[in-house]
Design a protein. Sequence first.
Length: 367
Amino acid sequence: MASGPIPAAAPSSPAAEKELAELYAKFGAAHMIPLWTQLGELMPDEPAPRARPHVWRWSELYPLAQRAGDLVPVGRGGERRAIALANPGLDGMPFVTPTLWAAIQYLGPHEVAPEHRHTQNAFRFVLEGEGVWTVVNNDPVAMRRGDFLLTPGWNFHGHQNATSEPMAWLDGLDIPFVYGNDLSFFEYGPDGLSDTSTPERSRAERLWAHPGLQPVALLGSRPSSPLAAYRWEHTDRALVEQLALEAEGHQATVEPGHAAVRFSNPTTGGDVLPTIRADFHRLLPGAATTPQREVGSSVWQVFTGRGTAVINGVEHPVEHGDVFVVPSWASYEIRAEVGLDLFRFTDAPIFEALHQYRQLTLRGGTS
Ligand code: 1HN
């Protein structure tokens, strides 16, 4: 166990004790810190995350976002009516985990969130509703229920609600990672949106949303997916087919009754963003994921259904819209009470790239 101070140079006399105290005071004044007082905290035997498992209830999130819609205008300066989910272990920072930001964003009837760009990578996941177009790199992309939409870093983007109904969605970004490493660049775009049209299909989809087909004019791998929208009809169909194939006796699911798809970059087959992995899971009634631990952190949102997230042995009932966070190396397992659909995003690409990724399957149950 690498914890507790190493009993080096235990003072043998009051004089030695005084000398040692003077040495520590001089370390402090010189901005030096001896390792032997800190080893256990700096290098725990296994990850000891400050982020805590936590559940935000949609029944609480949505009405508060709606109230913000009544009281707080959206426009230049504040830029977005986005309300961050702040992990209770992270000192009041607007961070859901040490690397990830999650927020509920609310756009009222005919409101516009102005264009800007930043080095942070972003996505949106739409729990319910429709009628907002996100304009990414001058390309208007419709947002509808179940869709997963990308805004890779340094693309100008703004949003427009083209209807008379409000809409809310989940935003995910790598803000804490960029903040913690001093990597942030930000630039305002022109006032107003670069394109206010409301096409059914974005240019990105017309180019890239054809299974297995890449435009020859644009071959070559890119660090982020050029496909701006992953539509619910495709996600749903892929999951339906996995479960149908499983029922026909073929290998198709992660484990019995658990279908899953990874959103991927069609130019590499890898993750959609350099810092963020996203996938979608469907559990049949009564099915459960195998308990496991992973380094890095993940955030889940229940799309439909009801079940239990068991994190570090604590059972959290979850249902439509609830968001929960699994900190690094926490044991977790998800059990479906009725059919359960979940969206998840994680910071795994960062740690895979840095050869820090580890995962442990806990066959004997959570411990
Ligand atoms: C941002 O640009 C969006 O584009 C959402 O919708 C959340 C949080 C911090 C900084 C920029 C968006 C954001 C953000």
